[in-house]
Each structure stands twice: as structure tokens, then as C-alpha cells.
Design a binder for this molecule. Structure first.
Ligand code: ZN
Ligand code: ZN
Length: 377
């Protein structure tokens, strides 16, 4: 007990503070340190300390004993009173808080609850993501009952005013505690704060007001979405309690891989194989795009790995701006299985061409690196 802080110091009030200013100080500090509101380390200990100080200073007898004998006087006066532990008879911190602040802490008031959000996964093709599409999804959710329209009462009947709370939705509960007598305002247990009771529950929903429904929804998927894009359908989640708005439906998109396109932001990547003759002489070839084939001119003498750009044949920007491009990486494929004639032609060509420029310096002794290209380092 020797290390306990002075109760006046704990509440930050002078020794001659009035009951009213003690109460005000407690209220301010309790609001600040209540564990429901303050998650700082040590807030709960501080809250207990504040409570303990208030229990003593708010009671004239105990306060007098404390003034005369300090902490020891209070402990003796209460027959070994254990401080904060006594408060647990009230049912925990939330109740104390409610007793003082009318439920603003732990929320005993019934307030409209928004419906739950729902989430669905949807797999779409690469093309659908790039070009946009309409898809139908099926969602099972709670909706207001079709028979009672969410009122919970059988049609033709109406709920009665709650007798327990006289329609207020709240009841006052007197409680004796270490603080003295408190009047606690709590949500009416009979009607759960609604102020009325259903006397003839709806036969279809058994008085729940809600029922499960499976719906088909059209989802508009804009062009340019990517794997992982989340689409929100506002108000298409579960119904809330009557008067509250429904939740939202979130659709998480999975985009399938394409057989030969890859995507880099809004550009499409495509790899085009050409043979040695096409690369050397140039050619015009057909390349696929998302909307049919497109002619692409390959300039004579192109090197393997060169990227050719076809403007505007990529994926549209989600905001409706311009499209990305189609980037065609040209790969020169070296022939493997030559027929005798092709072989003869290539041998003739080899004599004609000689070694590429700079090959003399790059030449290495045979077998210096198996499969190496002889590139200088
Ligand atoms: Zn119903
Ligand atoms: Zn009631």
C-alpha cells in the first residue's frame, strides 16, 4: 500500500474539492482511460486506479477516513477491502461505464445495424478482362421477408407497444454498488430496445423479418480489369435490421492466363517466331490481336529479340482512356531438322556470308564452353 498514489493526485483534484468536482474529474479521466476506448498499454491499470480513487473520494465516510489515515485508513475502514476487485460484482468494466455514462461506452442501445457485406470470387477469361463483359452471378443472401416486408408481423396484424418499457426501448435499472446508488439506463430486454413486441409473428419468416433468397445478378465488368480487381455492388449484400441499409457485395476477379498473350499493365505482350530468311529478307506476317488478326511488317535484317509495337491494340485503361499497345517480340528460330536441299542451300549461303562482323575477336578455342555463343565478355 505504501507505493499507492495519493487519491487526490490520481484524480487531479485539490484536497478540498467538492463532491461535484470529484465526480467531474472522475468522469473525464474514466472516459479517457476506459479500456474500451483507450488501447494504450497501462490504460487499464490507470482506469482501475482512477476508479479506486473515486470510490473512496466520492463517499464522505471513506473520504474522511482516507484524509485522516491515508490508504491504511481506508483499507481498515472497509475491513480489508480489496480495491478494484469489488467492482466486479457489478459485472465488469462495461457496466460501470454504462452506469455512469448512460451506455455511451459499451453500447447498450439498439441502433440500426447495416447488413453484412458478402464476397464472391469470379473467374473470367483473359479476353473478358481486356475487353469487358457482362456476367451473371448467383448470390444467396438474407432479404426482407416477402410476406411481412420485414415487419416481422403477420400481415393484417401490427406489433404492440412493449409493456416492459412502455415503448421507450429503454428501462432504468437501480443498482446499489460501492459507488452508492446508481440508476442505469439499459436497452429494454423484453423488446431488445425496439419499443414494441410482435404479437403475431409472420408465418413465413417466423417473425425474423428476414429470409434467405438466391438471386441472379448481372455484373458489369469494365474493360481493363486485372487479376485481383474487386468490384463492389452497393447494397447487394445482406439485408440489415429494418431501417438499416443492406451490406454490399464484393466480387473478386480471377483472370485466367492466355494461351499466348501476356499482359504488362495495359500493353499486351506477344512472342512472334520468324525463320532466318524472314528475319534477313523482311516479311509481312499476320499476328493475332484481341480483335482478330493484324498485318505486321517485319523489316529486313531484324535481330532476334527486337520488339515491334502495334499501337492501340492492347488493353483499354479502366478509366476509359486510350488503349495500351501490342508489343511483339520477334524471335528468330534456328532450323533443326534440315532436309538435304535446305542443307545444301544453307551451306552455299554460309560460304557467301562468311562470319558475322567482329567474329574474329570473339572466336574461342573449340570446346572452351560447351554451348557457349563465344560472346566476348
Ligand atoms: Zn415475414
Ligand atoms: Zn421494451
Amino acid at each position: 500500500m505504501a507505493n499507492k498514489r495519493d487519491y487526490y493526485e490520481v484524480l487531479g483534484v485539490p484536497r478540498d474539492a467538492t463532491e461535484e468536482s470529484v465526480r467531474k474529474a472522475f468522469r473525464r479521466l474514466a472516459l479517457e482511460y476506459h479500456p474500451d476506448r483507450n488501447t494504450d498499454a497501462g490504460a487499464e491499470d490507470r482506469f482501475k486506479e482512477i476508479n479506486e480513487a473515486y470510490q473512496v473520494l466520492s463517499n464522505p465516510d471513506r473520504r474522511a477516513a482516507y484524509d485522516r489515515h491515508g490508504h491504511a485508513g481506508v483499507a481498515v475502514a472497509n475491513g480489508g477491502w480489496q480495491g478494484f476487485e469489488g467492482i466486479d460484482t457489478l459485472g465488469g468494466l462495461g457496466d460501470i461505464f454504462d452506469a455512469f455514462f448512460g451506455g455511451m461506452g459499451a453500447g447498450t442501445q439498439a441502433r440500426p445495424r447495416r447488413g453484412r457485406d458478402l464476397q464472391l470470387g469470379l473467374t473470367i477469361s483473359f479476353e473478358e478482362a481486356a475487353l469487358g463483359t457482362q456476367r451473371r452471378v448467383e448470390v444467396t443472401r438474407t432479404e426482407p421477408c416477402g410476406r411481412c416486408r420485414g415487419s416481422r408481423s403477420e400481415p393484417g396484424t401490427s406489433p404492440e407497444r412493449c409493456r416492459t418499457c412502455q415503448g421507450n426501448g429503454q428501462v432504468r435499472r437501480s443498482q446499489r454498488s460501492l459507488f452508492g446508488q446508481f440508476v442505469q439506463v439499459v436497452s429494454c430486454p423484453a423488446c431488445r430496445g425496439e419499443g414494441q413486441t410482435v404479437t403475431h409473428p409472420c408465418a413465413q419468416c417466423r417473425g425474423r423479418g428476414l429470409e434467405p433468397r438466391t438471386r441472379q445478378l448481372e455484373v458489369n465488368i469494365p474493360a481493363g480489369v486485372e487479376d485481383g480487381t474487386r468490384i463492389r455492388l452497393t447494397g447487394e449484400g445482406e439485408a440489415g435490421v429494418p431501417g438499416a441499409r443492406p451490406g454490399d457485395l464484393y466480387i473478386d476477379l480471377r483472370v485466367q492466363e492466355h494461351a499466348f498473350f501476356r499482359r504488362q499493365d495495359n500493353d499486351l505482350l506477344y512472342e512472334l517466331a520468324v525463320n532466318f530468311a524472314q528475319a534477313a529478307l523482311g516479311d509481312t506476317v499476320k499476328v493475332p490481336t484481341l480483335q482478330g488478326e493484324e498485318a505486321l511488317r517485319i523489316p529486313a535484317g531484324i535481330q532476334s529479340g527486337t520488339v515491334l509495337r502495334i499501337r492501340g491494340k492492347g488493353v483499354p485503361h479502366l478509366d476509359g482512356g486510350r488503349r495500351g499497345d501490342l508489343l511483339v517480340t520477334v524471335t528468330v528460330v534456328t532450323p533443326k531438322d534440315l532436309d538435304p536441299e535446305a542443307r545444301r542451300l544453307l551451306e552455299a549461303l554460309a560460304k557467301k556470308l562468311g562470319a558475322p562482323d567482329g567474329a574474329e575477336e570473339r572466336r574461342r578455342p573449340p570446346g572452351w564452353f560447351r554451348g557457349g555463343k563465344g560472346r566476348s565478355s
